[in-house]
Design a protein around this ligand. Structure first.
Ligand SMILES: [Zn+2]
Length: 530
């Protein structure tokens, strides 16, 4: 257990898709240790050894107020119960708190300084922290402080030592093992990477598989219901990973990818560059509609590894953890991720492709058409105004707002049909995503106009009217061109009280032509272009 060297770290630094790191040779590591402090009180202790820049008589630390990908200001510092700073020999150092998420420590000539704090871990969510009786989940932004005046892209080793409670068998985090360190020690090349790597500690069941040379693992803990078949779930997730790899043509990972899957009463998932933290609630593991929904949910998070973790709107191509960004493009980052997430499930072949997409699109269209706010807020506004009320529409007034999670995939479906129609099925929205990825992924980022221009380049048609109507107006969407292209219709209902057929239920039209059926098959499977 020797000190970690910069030379050993430098070989691990390359991280495709991350923002360009500031060149910084020989920066000493920040060393983090985390352990359960009190399992009954559900608290963790984090100890941070912070190197002091030469000549500095104080060090300022900060904690994020939000988590990339989860567009809610959560002010994580308020979950810190107590904190203290010491010299390496234990001499107390003075700490001031100039703002709720900043701490200034007088160094008194000491180097490093040791800052430690106790965190309450009672929140079962994909951005919160949790300590239960048999496992714990820690999310970076809610857990780790960093240097306030150093860019979070700075190449400086961030060494993480996880101390497992006795009897808990492993820690799982999508970081490289720290060379020369004890097990459960990891290294991140930047604070961004550390913050982007949720940690799960416990005794999970781990299902591993390899796709295109990249190891993946489904990591399961929590209240796994009777009848849940983890091996089957892993096999189905593997098929979705394969479909996603075929879609993009390559996998962008330089270390294993983890699906961290606590079974608990919670909502949502959060995407990361080499992992996702899921919340699998009992509702999703039900027989019947639950499982295909779960597959779509997992597929959405995996598609995010490409769309939003690497291909990003320019406004979120780098993160300011203290100042939430505004972008009009969340309909692309979230809405199109939902659209393609469901298509990847269909194209994986683990479900009936046609039925799966008909179900998924009917659900979104029905939800949209039952949201009065679709006539009050545009899709672009929905994205720009996300900070007013929650990432998934929680707390937003459905009479005044529309969710980009709902309208986004519907617009994606209509746009895809438009591109296919304009090119006589030669090109599709698939090609737009691949072109945008090639051109704008990493720190480049895309603007709304650049995304539209990529779609126009692929479709060789003027899409300004389509984009304007779909994104910048509250006019009702016109489904008919897409229905005509794919040979679909909304199932007829005898009257509005007809409970046999839910409103806005898509079905293949009984008089669909062979050409229309072939186009529908081409959308929903990896089959030949008709
Ligand atoms: Zn998402």
């Amino acid at each position: 257990m020797g000190p970690i060297t910069v030379a050993a770290i430098m070989s691990l630094l390359a991280s495709p898709g991350s923002a360009p790191a500031q060149a910084a040779d020989d920066l000493p590591p920040i060393v983090y240790a985390i352990e359960v402090a009190d399992s009954t009180a559900q608290t963790a202790r984090v100890t941070v050894n912070v190197p002091v820049p030469q000549g500095r008589d104080s060090v300022e630390l900060m904690m994020p107020v939000w988590s990339p990908g989860y567009y809610v200001v959560e002010n994580y510092a308020k979950r810190i119960d107590s904190f203290e700073a010491k010299a390496p020999d234990g001499t107390p150092l003075e700490v001031e708190k100039p703002s709720p998420n900043h701490w200034t420590i007088a160094t008194k000539g000491q180097n490093p300084i040791v800052f430690s704090y106790v965190l309450t871990c009672k929140i079962r969510s994909v951005t919160g922290n949790w300590i239960g009786t048999d496992f714990a989940v820690w999310n970076g932004p809610a857990t780790f402080v960093t240097l306030a005046d150093e860019p979070t892209t700075t190449l400086r080793p961030h060494l993480l030592r996880v101390k497992r409670p006795e009897g808990w068998e492993r820690s799982c985090v999508a970081l490289d093992r720290a060379p020369g360190e004890e097990p459960d020690s990891y290294v991140a090349p930047t604070y961004d990477t550390l913050a982007d790597s949720p940690i799960l500690v416990g005794t999970p069941t781990v299902y591993e598989f390899t796709v295109d040379g990249v190891k993946h693992a489904l990591v399961e803990v929590g209240s796994i219901p009777k009848g849940w078949d983890g091996a089957r779930a892993a096999s189905d997730v593997e098929a979705i990973v394969r479909a996603t790899a075929r879609f993009w043509g390559k996998l962008p990972f330089d270390r294993p990818y983890l699906f961290l899957n606590p079974h608990w009463q919670g909502n949502g998932g959060l995407e990361h560059a080499h992992s996702t933290l899921l919340s699998t609630s009992p509702r999703m593991t039900m027989e019947g509609p639950g499982y295909p929904f779960w597959l779509g949910f997992v597929s959405h998070e995996y598609f995010h590894a490409f769309n939003v973790k690497r291909l990003r709107p320019v406004e979120i191509s780098t993160f300011d953890y203290a100042a939430p960004p505004q972008t009009a493009s969340l309909w692309i980052s979230e809405g199109l991720t939902s659209y393609f997430g469901e298509l990847m499930v269909a194209r994986s072949g683990v479900v009936d492709p046609s039925a799966h997409i008909l179900d998924a699109m009917s659900r979104e269209i029905r939800s949209l058409q039952n949201t009065p706010g679709r006539l009050a807020q545009t899709l672009a506004q929905s994205s720009l105004e996300v900070w007013n009320g929650g990432t998934s529409g929680v707390g937003r007034d459905p009479s005044k707002t529309v969710s980009y999670y709902v309208k986004g995939p519907v617009v994606g479906f209509l746009l895809d049909a438009e591109i296919r129609r304009a090119t006589d099925n030669d090109r599709s929205l698939d090609d737009v995503m691949r072109l945008a990825f090639e051109r704008y992924s990493g720190a480049t980022g895309f603007t709304p106009d650049q995304f539209r221009e990529a779609a126009e380049e692929v479709s060789k048609t003027d899409l300004k009217p389509f984009f304007h109507k779909a994104l910048d107006t509250t006019e009702e969407l016109d489904y008919q061109p897409a229905l005509d292209w794919f040979g679909l219709r909304f199932a007829p209902r005898e009257n509005d009280d007809d409970s046999k057929v839910a409103p806005w239920t898509l079905e293949v039209s009984p008089d669909a032509t062979d050409a229309q059926k072939a186009r529908w098959k081409h959308l929903t499977t990896d089959g030949e272009r008709p």
